[in-house]
Design a protein around this ligand. Structure first.
Ligand SMILES: C[S@@+](CC[C@H](N)C(=O)[O-])C[C@H]1O[C@@H](n2cnc3c(N)ncnc32)[C@H](O)[C@@H]1O
Length: 397
């Protein structure tokens, strides 16, 4: 299996399977780096000048670029290769997972009984799965986050963990935890007096970005929720295998059963852009309800369209049209300051940051970045431009 899944739930791939996964990693890298650069050249030399000639002005937004560029042969080729690569990434990890499922379940059972690691798994088999999860295979992951094929199934967790490790080409780090590790270090250093004792991660999937919070704040009680039972079962076993106590809950982030004012930090990463607008509004209100006064709500997300140049908006919104991510663009069209104040947070308590990736830049750059964080640094795309950065927004309560 890929070198990025190095924990107790690692599954064994045969040499030909490893070769297939490596091929997919390289193919993704070719599409996302080489072909994407080629497409930008076509835009700069052909699409944009033609647009200006015809309209006597620059394109206003990503939509306008998408409407024109989608007729271009290079774009069609790029898109079809990228869609195929996405499907093939997940297919490349299925055979070893199918072969290992019994073994994974056995390991999970043993790990959950650990006397030393006191995490828990709280499932609710009656929880309705939101249509935004059940009706589509989000980002073309077969079976999405919730499908169950057998009793106590964890397949979707294993597919996500292994699939994303091929998909991310190493940018998410050895344990896919770069986002959580970068942001938790940043928050710890920027707000040394803030010492959260109860933390909640919303839409945690397999908890890969939940665990770093436990490392950053070892005294904190860490909770994580998701609607998908198989990803939670897997996430629980994964955390136990890493020696980190996390309490996983099958709950809808729009309406949880936690008490008012019960958390110091409510976090999410790469979550809101998979939720319909109505749900996002409810989730932010719920976060406000759950936070103690003085607590922090923080969402790592794709940067909003209003922060980006039209080409970057078009480029990021590609997923909304072609990668079964229908809420990507609607989310990115929202204005973070406004959705926070609409949820009842004070405007003066709004925060946003662009944090360098710990894997790519190291601890020092994160600590250095604290000084110049005012939401105005250059690199806002968070992708393959001048290095990986993570955009975050939120509010103090
Ligand atoms: C892209 S994944 C999040 C990944 C993860 N947090 C990370 O850091 O990479 C989105 C997750 O949100 C979950 N989800 C979607 N809607 C939800 C809701 N209303 N409440 C809780 N979880 C939800 C999905 O099941 C999925 O596991």
């Amino acid at each position: 299996m890929t070198k990025y899944v190095q924990h107790g739930l690692k599954v064994q791939s045969k040499p030909d399977e490893v070769a297939r996964q490596n091929f997919m990693l390289n193919m993704r890298s070719y599409v996302m780096l080489d072909m994407a650069t080629g497409m930008k050249k076509i835009y700069d030399h052909n699409i944009e000048p033609n647009f200006k000639k015809l309209n006597k002005r620059d394109p206003k937004n990503g939509d306008e670029i998408h409407k024109v560029i989608k007729k271009d042969t290079y774009f069609k080729f790029y898109s079809s290769i990228r869609c195929n690569a996405q499907e093939m990434v997940f297919r490349s990890v299925l055979p070893p997972i199918e072969r290992s499922m019994k073994d994974l379940k056995r390991k999970a059972k043993t790990l959950s009984k650990s006397k030393k690691i006191k995490g828990s798994l709280n499932l609710d088999k009656n929880l309705p799965i939101p249509k935004s999860v059940s009706a589509i295979d989000v980002h073309l992951m077969p079976g999405c986050y919730h499908s169950e094929h057998s009793e106590n199934d964890m397949s979707q967790g294993a597919i996500y963990d292994n699939g994303v490790s091929v998909f991310s080409m190493g940018f998410f780090g050895d344990k896919l935890d770069d986002i959580g590790s970068s942001i938790s270090l940043f928050i710890k250093k920027k707000y040394p007096k803030f010492k959260p004792l109860k933390i909640l991660d919303l839409g945690c999937t397999v908890g890969h970005n939940t665990l770093p919070w436990s490392n950053a704040y070892p005294k904190a009680e860490v909770h994580a929720l998701d609607v998908g039972a198989p990803v939670l079962r897997y996430g629980h076993a994964r955390a136990q295998s890493e020696g980190v106590s996390v309490h996983f809950h099958q709950q809808n982030a729009e309406k949880t059963n936690f008490k008012d004012n019960s958390f110091d930090l409510v976090f999410s990463s790469m979550f809101l852009h998979e939720v319909p607008r109505k749900g996002i509004k409810l989730i932010l209100k719920e976060a406000k309800r759950l936070l103690k006064p003085g607590g922090l709500m923080l969402h790592m997300e794709l940067p909003p369209n209003k922060m980006l140049e039209p080409y970057d908006s078009f480029y990021l919104d590609w997923d909304s049209y072609y990668n079964k991510e229908p809420f990507y663009k609607p989310f990115r069209d929202m204005v973070p300051e406004k959705i926070c104040s609409d949820a009842g947070f004070q405007k003066s308590k709004f925060v946003q940051f662009i944090i360098p990736s710990i894997g790519q830049f190291g601890d020092k750059e994160i600590i250095k970045s604290i000084k110049y964080q005012n939401g105005n640094v250059d690199d806002r795309t968070g992708r393959f431009t001048k290095g990986i950065h993570w955009y975050c927004f939120g509010s103090w309560k």
